[in-house]
Write a protein that binds this ligand. Sequence first.
Ligand SMILES: *[C@@H]1O[C@H](CO)[C@@H](O)[C@H](O)[C@H]1NC(C)=O
Ligand SMILES: *[C@@H]1O[C@H](CO)[C@@H](O)[C@H](O)[C@H]1NC(C)=O
Length: 291
Amino acid sequence: MLAALVMMLLVSDVQATTIEAHTYEHKDPHTGQLLTCTRCPPGTHMSAHCTPTRDTVCTPCPEEHFTQYWNFIPKCLYCSVFCVENQHVKEECTPKNNRVCECNDGYYRHADFCIQHSECPSGHGVQKKGTVHSDTKCAKCPQGTFSGVTSSSEPCINHTDCASADHFVVLNGTNWHDNICSTCQELNSDGGLSLLKDFLPRFFAHQKMRLSKLKKIVRHLFQRRERQSIHSSKKNLLLNFISEWIKDASIDQLKKLPMLLKSKDMHHPAKKLSKIFKKLDISKCDINNPQ
Ligand SMILES: *[C@@H]1O[C@H](CO)[C@@H](O)[C@H](O)[C@H]1NC(C)=O
Ligand SMILES: *[C@@H]1O[C@H](CO)[C@@H](O)[C@H](O)[C@H]1NC(C)=O
């Protein structure tokens, strides 16, 4: 009942913003006379209506209470907003306003909650960064661009133009990796080892492989070592193991990876990787790009 009255009074205050709104009509209980009383300013409330001989009595709001508008409510409103998880106080409770909460950096408001900005997976770039009001907008990287990271801030970036730097394309970029550029000199000297060491960890990270299969690969690569930690590993940790292995591997060990994947029933990544190795084949270098 009181709440409904308060709502009504507040609503009428919101609508009336002109100077006339600083008064209200009140029927004097003794004389029955209709009086025009002054409203109480924000930060105060009405503790006695005006009479024919004196104006309205206004009283300041007590601690943790407020009135935001010119009003004639009998009590100030309680500062009822409290900041919860992932929010901070933007404006503290004052006699003139309720507490205002804002989402922390990296979060946006959805209903009454603050939710972390989504990350765009590799192959997708940030089209519009999230704000306190909106989530990240992701878009698949269009042809000629890529994103190799999972991120809530990185956009798609252009593939490197290999030709511009006296290099040629060894492997065309996709939406999740850049063009891989090299020179015949580089390929002849290490067989593409340095390229592979850079590329393969990202290749594994991008493949949709079941955890159990990743574990099998890691167990195989490390034989008996590391068995304990592999058993309880999460995907990122397993990928780290693979990256570590790649760092120390020889070109011949790397070239056996497609066979290993195939032997563990990972036919799709095995095929992709074989294709990539074929494209890396340096014999092509002799034909098309004689030194
Ligand atoms: C990316 O490529 C497009 C089209 O080739 C070009 O218009 C744009 O300027 C490039 N952006 C950057 C940052 O180099
Ligand atoms: C890359 O793509 C272009 C066409 O877009 C093609 O002509 C070229 O052979 C490809 N290069 C490799 C190394 O696959």
